[in-house]
Design a protein around this ligand. Structure first.
Ligand SMILES: Nc1ncnc2c1ncn2[C@@H]1O[C@H](COP(=O)(O)OP(=O)(O)O)[C@@H](O)[C@H]1O
Ligand SMILES: [Mg+2]
Length: 390
């Protein structure tokens, strides 16, 4: 998320578009507002043209030591060499003319890429590796995309650095579900196979402004899918888990070579069931296949979507047929397709709806707690990742 520090509350209307739509405006400085301390998901502070240069430089200087990944962009009514020099020396990433919206947008994009790269370098320097969570089912239309998108949005909103990758390479609809205009896709990584680095990953990553979630979309041309070799998926995940706390994978409804490669490195697989016999039969086959492949049974759980559908089959029938418990249930709601059609995940569109509550519960119980994440004391919105020791 971006903080816009500006004396005028209306500044969000002036700059909102260039900032990607999701900025929190503060009139007092970030230190006074304690926003940076309380919410680790902020990655950028944009400082309005009327904030004194000295205050801006003071913030940049402090944060460059405390949080080097945080970007600071300074807007000024006029660009003067002395201002520029002083600002850049103090750690401001860029100084941009306040009325040049395209330049502001471009500078925000560059800062985001740099933040990803720096966070990666930081993670590689000893922090725990991120966790890969795959959402899978061998049947289409059961809610894989809906659940992976909303789970990833929730994780990102909770302050975890989260990447969503669309592995439905031919018919992926993550981009459209989030109304993203992708900067690139997984197809653009083909030329980097074998030497993919942080910069390469950042170059195909698009940020979902409303949540701060990062996304690698599927190619827009289905023909490109077959040019993506499966080792590239492994390389992508290896690189991604050094930069992110969570990497969530949406998948196609079959065991493609890309899915198999991903399952191999997943820390958790969420298997999506619905209350119909073909879906359950397919899920049994999936579980058998995973057993045959030697995947650990502890690292998977069954999620029942549209759990309240009145179709003559009940949750206990599913548990009996699969011989395993259902870890979480998500009810049906017409708001789900409606929000998908609007390109706004239901978690943001109707955060209090039973579907949103169920998805948050699933993320908290089966993902965040499982991996030892604990809320930091003292603040409601800030969560530090503390992985449990294996
Ligand atoms: N809990 C739910 N309640 C109502 N509709 C849902 C629910 N989950 C998914 N849907 C709808 O079902 C359709 C298929 O969902 P999708 O997530 O695209 O499935 P998949 O990715 O498995 O093919 C979409 O129109 C979606 O909006
Ligand atoms: Mg899908």
């Amino acid at each position: 998320m971006t903080i816009l520090w500006d004396a005028r509350p209306a500044a969000v209307d002036t700059y909102g578009f260039a900032l990607g739509g999701a900025a929190e405006v503060i009139q007092a400085g970030p230190r006074e507002s304690r926003l940076l301390e309380e919410d680790a998901s902020h990655t950028l502070v944009v400082i309005g043209p009327d904030i004194p240069l000295a205050s801006a430089c003071e913030l940049a200087e402090r944060e460059r030591v405390e949080r080097p990944e945080l970007g600071v962009i300074l807007l000024r009514h006029r660009l003067e060499v002395t201002t520029l020099a002083q600002a850049l020396r103090s750690g401001v990433r860029e100084v941009v003319q306040a009325d040049d919206q395209p330049a502001i947008a471009e500078s925000v994009r560059r800062s985001e890429s740099l933040t990803v790269a720096l966070a990666g370098a930081h993670a590689a320097g000893g922090a725990s590796e991120g966790k890969v969570v795959t959402v899978f089912s061998a049947k289409g239309g059961v809610g894989k995309t809906t659940l992976s998108v909303n789970l990833a949005v929730h994780l990102a909103l909770s302050g975890a650095r989260t990447l969503l990758v669309d592995l439905d390479l031919m018919f992926g609809d993550v981009a459209i579900s989030l109304q993203l205009e992708p900067r690139g896709s997984i197809g653009d990584l083909v030329s980097m196979a074998g030497h993919l680095d942080a910069q390469g990953l950042a170059s195909v990553t698009t940020t979902h402004a409303a949540s701060g979630l990062h996304v690698v979309t599927a190619p827009s041309d289905p023909g490109e899918a077959e040019r993506v070799p499966s080792p590239l998926v492994v390389e992508l995940l290896r690189e991604a888990r050094t930069h992110y706390d969570y990497v969530v994978l949406d998948t196609p409804p079959s065991f493609t070579e890309h899915v198999l490669a991903a399952l191999d490195v997943s820390d958790l697989t969420l298997l999506i069931a619905t209350l119909d016999i073909p879906a359950i039969k397919n899920l049994r086959l999936v579980i058998n296949t995973l057993d045959t492949l030697g995947a650990s049974a502890d690292s998977r759980c069954v999620v029942l979507n549209r759990s309240d559908a009145k179709v003559g089959l009940r949750a206990d029938d599913v548990e009996a047929a699969l011989k395993r418990p259902i870890a979480a249930s998500v009810p049906s709601s017409l708001s789900v397709p409606a929000s998908t059609n609007r390109g706004v995940p239901i978690l943001l569109d109707e955060p209090r709806s039973p579907v949103s509550l169920a998805i948050r519960g699933l993320a908290d119980a089966e993902i965040r707690s499982r991996f030892g994440e604990q809320p930091r004391t003292g603040s409601k919105r800030s969560f530090g990742l503390r992985w449990s020791k294996k």
